[in-house]
Design a protein. Structure first.
Length: 152
């Protein structure tokens, strides 16, 4: 352009660079699909953990599909509490959604002595990421909070 070289292509305007994408997740949460997840290490019963999640605008994590299962299984390195409660005829997630996807470990659920909540196995136990029904009153650490958001 300025050198008089007519075989060169010269750009006189700049292309605007889009601003960085912001995450809808609060500090301490990680984003996956349309949810924010936070690993909470303080031991709590399932009910206490659920109440703590609700105070922050969410619920204990739900595993709605195999993609969620793979993400959570890869993201956590120890057993994690999920609130999947047994009702009179079936399980449901703490956010009220029915269960469409399961990943039970071999022989699970056993419903042994009122086990009505679920934990996900850690890598060192059984098959990583498989589910085990557990007594809801047992103190589990960690638990996984999930806040869903709607992408615009």
């Amino acid at each position: 352009c300025a050198s008089g070289n007519t075989s060169s292509c010269c750009l006189t305007s700049s292309i605007p660079v889009p601003p960085p994408t912001s995450t809808p997740c609060s500090s301490g949460y990680i984003t996956w699909y349309s949810s924010c997840y936070k690993l909470v290490s303080e031991p709590k019963t399932w009910e206490e953990a659920q109440q703590a999640c609700v105070k922050e605008g969410g619920n204990l994590a739900s595993v709605d599909m195999s993609y969620d299962q793979a993400f959570i299984s890869a993201a956590v390195t120890q057993a994690v509490a999920l609130l999947l409660q047994a009702g009179s005829d079936s399980y449901k997630w703490s956010d009220g959604w029915p269960v469409f996807f399961t990943h039970w470990g071999p022989g699970e659920p056993t419903n042994h002595e009122g086990e009505g909540c679920v934990s996900m196995h850690a890598p060192s136990h059984f098959i990583q990421g498989t589910w085990n029904d557990t007594a809801c009153k047992s103190r589990s650490s960690p638990n996984l909070a999930e806040n869903r958001f709607h992408a615009v």
